[in-house]
Design a binder for this molecule. Structure first.
Ligand code: GRF
Length: 206
């Protein structure tokens, strides 16, 4: 079984979608480790409830981000992690970590990249920005992680229509449902090496 590592900072509903996908036999892989950079992330509880090893890494306990990411890399290697999924991980990975797992790290973002993404666009802020702009369409994107913020090659996207009476919360909850649909599919393709990166384009080999 391919070893998956999940990084998160919050509630972990996307982690849950991956756990459910594995249990249903849709993802031929195993989550070997869930890492959180927040001690109280509910995603850690979800992992423990499913018997998955967890690790809390506190950036403040390390001299600099390089040392922090080295500790993260050590944990990932110790748990035989071959693929990394960022599922609501609210921080940028160091270039060294990205290089080590080149084209083996994916992220889920709650908008149609390249709109409403990058530094500062996280959580409800993304959906509020969509509403403030007056966009009629938003959605979810799964993409490979490179050194930038939400800049790596796009794997999958699905649109969600903005309704006239939407709040950031109502829009966010419809987008989240789509995230839970896309992410397990992308993880399944990833662990089967069915995603080929050609420059900025990702070819899905079915
Ligand atoms: C999701 O909207 C994800 O796209 C974003 O952070 C949120 C995490 O939600 N990166 P959850 O922790 O998976 O419930």
């Amino acid at each position: 079984m391919k070893g998956i590592g999940v990084l998160l900072s919050g509630g972990g509903t996307n982690l849950q979608a991956i756990i459910d996908g594995i249990e249903k036999g849709e993802i031929p892989g195993k989550i070997n480790l869930v890492i959180s950079n927040r001690a109280n992330a509910y995603g850690l509880v979800r992992a423990e409830n499913s018997g998955i090893s967890t690790c809390y890494l506190n950036r403040k306990e390390y001299a600099d981000t390089k040392a922090f990411h080295q500790a993260m890399l050590d944990q990932l290697k110790a748990h035989d992690v071959e693929y990394i999924v960022l599922a609501g991980y609210l921080s940028i990975l160091s270039p060294g970590l990205v290089e080590h797992y080149r084209n083996r790290i994916i992220n889920i973002h709650p908008s149609l990249i390249p709109a409403f993404c990058g530094m500062g666009f996280y959580g409800q802020k993304v959906h509020q920005a969509v509403l403030d702009y007056g966009a009629k369409l938003t959605g979810a994107t799964v993409h490979f992680v490179d050194e930038g913020a939400d800049t790596g090659p796009i794997i999958m996207q699905k649109a969600v229509e903005v309704q006239a009476d939407d709040t950031a919360e109502s829009l966010g909850s419809r987008v989240l449902k789509v995230e839970h649909e896309l992410l397990p599919k992308a993880v399944a393709l990833l662990v089967q090496d069915k995603l080929k990166v050609l420059g900025r384009r990702v070819i899905i080999e079915e």
